[in-house]
Each structure stands twice: as C-alpha cells, then as structure tokens.
Design a protein around this ligand. Structure first.
Ligand SMILES: [Zn+2]
Ligand SMILES: [Zn+2]
Length: 278
C-alpha cells in the first residue's frame, strides 16, 4: 500500500499537511481556515469523507486556527495533548478530543501515526511520522535544532516535510529586532536552510524519494534559493517547495527500487550560492 501526500499550506501564515491512503487520511495541523482546507482538497480531488483525524503539533496559531470549525463541521476527531489544548485555548467538543503520547503509535485504519517531542518554543510540541504498511512519511517543521530524535525518525522516511525556515544571511542582515532573530535561531525556534540541508545530506535514507521544503519564512527566505540549494545535492530525491500561498500537487509515495544516486558535484560555498540569489 502507498501514501498520497500534499502540503495544503506551509509557512507562518498557516500549516496543513495531508497524508492518506486510498481509504483514509489525516491532517497534521490545520492552520488555515476550514473553508480553505475544503476548497484546496477539492481542487486536488481529495475527498473530505476520507479525513479521519487531525493531529496537532503545537498550539501556535499557524497550526491550529482552522481546527475548531473543521472538527465540528466534519466531525473529525482531534488528536491533541492536554497541555496544547489548554494553551491553545481551543474550543472543541469533548466527544471529538483524543489524546496521544510520545512514541506510542496511534492506529487509524491502515495508517499508523507516531508522535515524538521536538525542540520548539511551545508548551508541548511534537513531530509525527505516518506509516502505511512499508511506507513512512514524516512531518518535521517548527524545530529549533535537528536533535537525535529527528535524525532517528528522518532516517525512516520515504518522504518528509522538512522545515527550511530561513537563510542565515538574510535573517542576520534583515530588519527583525534582535530578540526575534535570537528566538528564531536560538535552538527552540526554527530550522535554517543549512541545518535542514545538513540533516538531509547526512541522514537521508537510500529509499527516500520526495522532500517537501517547508515553513519558509516570507522575509528571511526565498523559494528559488531553497530549491536551488537542495537540488544541487538532491541525490535523486524530488524536491518540492511547499508554498505559503497555495497547495502543492498530490504526490504518490510508494516503494521505490531506484538505487541511491551519488551526488554528482562537489559542494560549492554556501556563501557564494546565497550571494548569487540575493
Ligand atoms: Zn509554525
Ligand atoms: Zn511554532
């Protein structure tokens, strides 16, 4: 069995990731309105009836704002920890609230969802991997640093939504106040392009086929720069920039028998690369 995945939106203005098989699906986060989730899924030919759950990574508004309406209107259970629900002030009918615990898989039809804690400045933040038989997809955004747990789970993924939040030079030279810059790069904020690239280059499993470059900053990043940076080292993995403004296509993730490709060129200086795009 295989998985169909898409980013319905990605960025500080709203995150929503769809992962499903031919019978059932889940969302990780719903930080865009219920109406937008509906219309984007419809455009992609994805059926609302297949949606069986929303898993909530943390309480920041860009991850939860569409959840109350979506859950109520479509009677979709919300998997959320007590601390996240309390701090997010989410109003959810108790009949729709489910809990989850780190490293304890939740089964929804043929989907198995496993949460693990992440380093982020929220109350009780988690990343997730979703498996269907032999295929695994990870959702790794809003992570301050690639801790050993991220590395461990990334190595299991056939596809992943991986945060590439900011270009280090753009953040450094941009006009954000110092406190905000420190928060973003402080180990419990967001992952830079370089941190994500290092994770990918060092720990990409041979069977990985797709990488969604996710949660890009509007002010401190540039989609073309991220795409070029990762494509230079893609090693045969399809790179998709997840947009802040629209859904991506639906990608079909299945077992691949492609051999792991060697990176075909020597690394160039990152500073050179960034310079050529700014
Ligand atoms: Zn976020
Ligand atoms: Zn966040």
């Amino acid at each position: 069995m295989s998985l169909f995945i898409t980013s319905l939106n990605s960025g500080s203005n709203g995150n929503c990731y769809y992962i499903g098989n031919d019978k059932e699906a889940i969302l990780v986060d719903a930080g865009i309105s219920c109406r937008e989730v509906e219309s984007r899924m419809k455009r992609l030919g994805l059926q609302m009836q297949k949606l069986k759950a929303v898993f909530v990574s943390h309480e920041h508004n860009d991850h939860i704002k569409g959840i109350p309406t979506l859950a109520k209107k479509h009677q979709v259970p919300v998997y959320i920890t007590e601390a996240t629900k309390r701090h997010g002030r989410l109003s959810l009918g108790s009949d729709l609230v489910r809990s989850f615990s780190a490293h304890e898989p939740v089964t929804i039809g043929d989907l198995i969802i496993t949460a693990f804690p992440k380093l982020h400045d929220a109350t009780d933040p988690y990343s997730f991997i979703i498996s269907c038989r032999e295929i695994t997809v990870g959702v790794f955004t809003d992570i301050g640093s690639p801790c050993h747990q991220v590395i461990r789970y990334f190595q299991q993924c056939h596809a992943a939504f991986l945060e590439t939040n900011y270009d280090e030079i753009m953040l450094d030279q941009g006009n954000y106040p110092y406190v905000l810059k420190a928060r973003i790069r402080g180990g419990r904020g967001h992952l830079s392009n370089n941190q994500a690239l290092e994770l990918f280059r060092n720990y990409k499993p041979a069977f990985m086929t797709h990488l969604f470059l996710s949660h890009l900053s509007k002010n401190n990043n540039c989609p073309q720069l991220v795409e070029k940076l990762f494509n230079d080292y893609n090693a045969g993995v399809k790179m998709i920039v997840a947009s802040r403004y629209e859904e991506t296509s639906v990608y079909h993730i299945r077992q691949s028998d492609k051999p792991a490709l060697k990176v075909g060129r020597e690394p160039v200086s990152y500073r050179q690369l960034a310079f050529s795009f700014t």
